[in-house]
Ligand binder design. Structure first.
Ligand SMILES: NC(=O)c1ccc[n+]([C@@H]2O[C@H](COP(=O)([O-])OP(=O)(O)OC[C@H]3O[C@@H](n4cnc5c(N)ncnc54)[C@H](OP(=O)(O)O)[C@@H]3O)[C@@H](O)[C@H]2O)c1
Length: 259
């Protein structure tokens, strides 16, 4: 399918690896100029070359911390007029709620709520002026289903979701959409690290932990960054202008809810 976004400029935050990279690859495949980002400059440069070689698209790497004002400015300066913004960042580490001190809670709120809002504030008016904009936020299944140890992730991302529920309706009349994608268990470095930590805590092998987790997913497998990226690219496409303010789970059926 031609997504109708060839030649558009996209920023994909936190995209040198994992789900962000999947989104960057799919947008590059659709013909976008993609500004990619991560803090490790070497990994980022490798990813930029691999995506450019595979897609033929222009890929601009910006090594920066997206949670900082300087990092955000570097991304915005590299992009120029932004047509597509995919907000992403690392999630808070697994932690019992008792262990979260004030600074940890503030950092979680900055990383997963304030940062994406700041990026949207920076690009929204240009999108409105040009009468085209697609914004996708990578949030988490934890918005809909509590997971022990990820309470801060749930809270910060639910705050973002609630904040944008109004904003998305406020700007929808300008062909600017805002949607959230909620990953379930996707095979990335983050998932692999969580499985390893869970296995150590439970005193079982990594393979046993993987099998247990896969067994609990109706689709009987983990998801992957490539399929996640394709869904994101569709939400960023010319065809998705009537989808806004939505929370789309990509979880193989893991959240057992009708709505
Ligand atoms: N994978 C899952 O199953 C799953 C499930 C639910 C929610 N999520 C959420 O989805 C998001 C992406 O997860 P993932 O699994 O793709 O993670 P990942 O594999 O660990 O990749 C994270 C990416 O973000 C970059 N990054 C991290 N902090 C950054 C920062 N401050 N500034 C710029 N770049 C940064 C990393 O590069 P550098 O380290 O070099 O900066 C890397 O490219 C996270 O918020 C995660 O909590 C994931």
């Amino acid at each position: 399918m031609d997504l109708g976004i060839s030649g558009k400029t996209a920023i994909v935050c936190a995209s040198s690896r994992g789900l962000g990279r999947g989104c960057a690859e799919a947008l590059a495949e659709a013909g976008c100029h993609v500004v990619i980002n991560g803090r490790d400059a070497d990994v980022l440069a490798r990813t930029a070359k691999e995506i450019a070689d595979a897609s033929g698209a222009k890929i601009t790497p910006v090594a920066a911390d997206v949670a900082t004002a300087d990092g955000q400015k570097a991304l915005l300066d590299a992009a120029g007029d932004v047509d597509i913004l995919v907000n992403n960042n690392a999630g808070p580490p697994l932690r019992d709620f008792r262990q979260l001190d004030r600074q940890a809670m503030i950092d979680g709120a900055i990383g997963n709520m304030v940062t994406p809002i700041e990026m949207i504030q920076a690009v929204a008016d240009g999108m409105i002026e040009r009468q085209f904009g697609r914004i996708v936020n990578i949030t988490s299944l934890t918005v809909k289903m509590p997971v022990p140890g990820l309470d801060l992730s749930s809270a910060a991302r639910a705050g973002l979701t609630a904040f944008l529920a109004g904003v998305s309706r406020q700007i929808a009349g300008n062909n600017v959409t805002i949607n959230n994608i909620l990953p379930g268990k996707m095979e990335t470095d983050r998932l692999r690290a969580n499985i390893k930590a869970g296995a150590e805590k439970a005193g079982i092998s990594v393979d046993e932990m993987r099998a247990q987790q896969i067994n609990a997913i109706p689709a009987k497998r983990f998801g992957n960054a490539a399929e996640f990226g394709q869904a994101c690219a569709f939400l960023c496409s010319a065809h998705a202008g009537y989808i806004t303010g939505q929370n789309i789970l990509i979880d193989g059926g893991l959240v057992p809810a009708a709505f």
